[in-house]
Design a protein. Structure first.
Lengths: 233, 311
């Protein structure tokens, strides 16, 4: 199990920063990233019921710069609000991989932390951060909107301090996450997003990106083909 | 009309403008438009929040959003046309901004005139359509086909209004129209019917409720924007701020006499943009075919009657 908030970041940025103002600029970008978060809420379980009061007039998340977005391409935060069954987890992973970095995952409710009341269920993925790098957990069954907003503020502080780097972990230790995913879904599990290719392209790979599980993936991976356009007559 | 017959356009059209005068204006005008557009977006979100009894976003929220989107580390490009489409969409509005006179700066407004402007205003939608087309996302295709149909719907009354105003002033120069209105009377008092039809068109042009079906976040996942990530989405946010500015300045120039000084000008454009915002949070959506029907019926009818009065 990966440690939350203590993720070693060992990949180096490819290019040297020569501009003396680069540090200031990075801090500005980090500040803006923490103050503007588009949220994709994957409402799986009962925790979703706490989000409407957090977003609407009672608690109003928009004053923190958090607003709902509807597609993974535009979103920054993936909210997983409850238990994830094995089938759901596939969709969550597909969604997560389509999001653009930097991206953050928040697990709401006890079910994402340790399975909660579904501990004995055969069909539930218990610990979410074995399959995805989770930035913040908000425990509770269910957490009240105050707790949700407190969790969001924790994430904002992490991003502002430059500690919200869990998304890099997914690229750097892809083999670990892929292994856990294969354990649940079988060896022929693959997603349309080429994580290894992305890690290579953006210079985020490390030696743990590759391993026995990525070898299995390469054996089973079928190259994606563009969807054929057909007109039904 | 007799009252406008003494109005001479030739001095505005043939005015000799050197490149050294125009070039700083061509840089400054989009910047002013961008800043005012950001403030308009802030106003839009603040009014939405206050109507829903919320606090709303902080003052710099539109800036945070754009900086964040441009600061994304990974991007998904679907090809060259996807990249170019966004540039065309933003560039179309930048070109439109240079054609809109503001206090102290005319840009190339007296060279272009209102007919060029109404052509240029169609470029952003077409650029967006090009870009979205290459994404090959079904939601995007549905969204952009709806957006182009909506453009067809509001462009007919828009063109009628523009030509009605041009007929009334016997001119196609925005600079001339503004000068005339500042010395005589505002257009809204001389052609109230055209002004009403123009306000109707403005609602469609800004793409807000009740004519917002092509975005429809819950149904087709924001339509044209569905595949836009990072810098592409940032480009669209920039485009939206220009869109607010262009629509309001155009209306203020045609009917409210532009602005003789900056205070008056800003007051007018923010007032103009406020009306569609308030309307948009009071109504649900029309379907696309209903939008075409309502746009081709009421504003067209009002505008045609308005033209009959100014002829």
């Amino acid at each position: 199990m990966s440690k939350l908030g203590n993720i070693p970041v060992n990949a180096q940025d490819g290019k040297k920063r020569t501009n003396p103002l680069a540090g200031v600029f990075d801090e500005l970008v980090q500040f803006c990233q923490s103050r503007s978060m588009f949220m994709l809420h994957y409402c799986t379980g009962c925790g979703a019921i706490e989000l409407p009061p957090a977003m609407t007039s009672r608690f109003d998340m928009e004053r923190l710069g958090i607003q709902p977005m509807v597609t993974p391409r535009q979103a920054d935060i993936l909210l997983v609000t409850g238990y994830v069954s094995v089938k759901t987890l596939k969709r969550v992973i597909l969604t997560y991989e389509q999001m653009q970095s930097p991206k953050y995952v928040i697990g709401i409710c006890s079910c994402t932390v340790n399975g909660g009341m579904y501990w004995q269920s055969y069909a539930t993925a218990k610990v979410l951060n074995e399959y995805l790098p989770v930035d913040v957990y908000i425990a509770g069954c269910m957490p009240r909107p105050e707790a949700v907003i407190e969790g969001m503020r924790r994430l904002m502080r992490n991003i502002e301090d430059g500690k919200g780097n869990a998304w890099k972990d997914y690229f750097q230790r892809y083999d670990y996450y892929l292994g856990n995913q294969q354990h649940l879904f079988g060896n022929d599990w693959q997603t349309p997003t080429d994580i290894i290719g992305e890690a290579r392209h953006y210079g985020l790979e490390s030696e743990e990106t590759y391993g026995e599980h990525t070898k299995i993936l390469e054996q089973h991976q079928q190259p994606l083909e563009p969807y054929k356009m057909r007109i039904k007559l | 009309m007799n009252s406008t017959s003494e109005f001479v356009t030739s001095e505005f059209v043939t005015g000799n403008v050197s490149l050294a005068d125009v070039l700083p204006q061509m840089i400054l005008m989009p910047l002013i438009a961008f800043v005012s557009g950001l403030l308009m977006i802030l106003m839009y979100r603040k009014i939405a929040a206050r109507l829903q009894r919320r606090v709303g976003p902080p003052f710099f929220q539109p800036v945070y959003d754009i900086v964040k989107l441009y600061g994304k580390k990974t991007q998904i490009s679907h090809g060259l046309i996807h990249d170019i489409g966004i540039v065309v969409a933003v560039g179309g509005y930048v070109a439109a901004v240079i054609l809109l006179p503001i206090p102290g700066m005319d840009g190339i407004a007296d060279k272009g005139g209102i007919i060029t402007l109404s052509y240029v205003l169609m470029v952003p939608s077409l650029g967006l359509a090009l870009g979205v087309g290459q994404c090959a996302n079904p939601n995007g295709s549905i969204g952009i086909s709806r957006a182009l149909t909506a453009m067809l719907a509001y462009d007919i009354p828009f063109i009628i209004v523009v030509f009605g105003v041009a007929t009334h002033y016997q001119s196609t120069s925005l600079v001339g129209m503004i000068n005339y209105q500042q010395t005589h009377q505002w257009g809204i008092f001389e052609m109230p019917l055209l002004a009403a039809a123009g306000l109707f068109t403005l609602q469609g042009m800004m793409g807000k409720h009740p004519f917002e079906i092509y975005v429809a976040p819950a149904e087709i996942a924001t339509g044209p924007m569905v595949e836009m990530s990072g810098k592409y989405m940032g480009g669209l946010f920039v485009m939206q701020s220009f869109q607010f500015y262009v629509a309001s300045v155009l209306y203020a120039s045609l009917f409210l006499g532009g602005g003789s000084n900056w205070f008056e000008f800003l007051l007018k454009i923010f007032f103009v943009v406020e009306i569609p915002i308030f309307i948009s949070f009071l109504f649900p959506r029309y379907r696309t075919e209903d939008m075409v029907r309502i746009m081709w019926k009421w504003p067209v009818m009002i505008a045609l009657i308005g033209i009959a009065f100014v002829m």
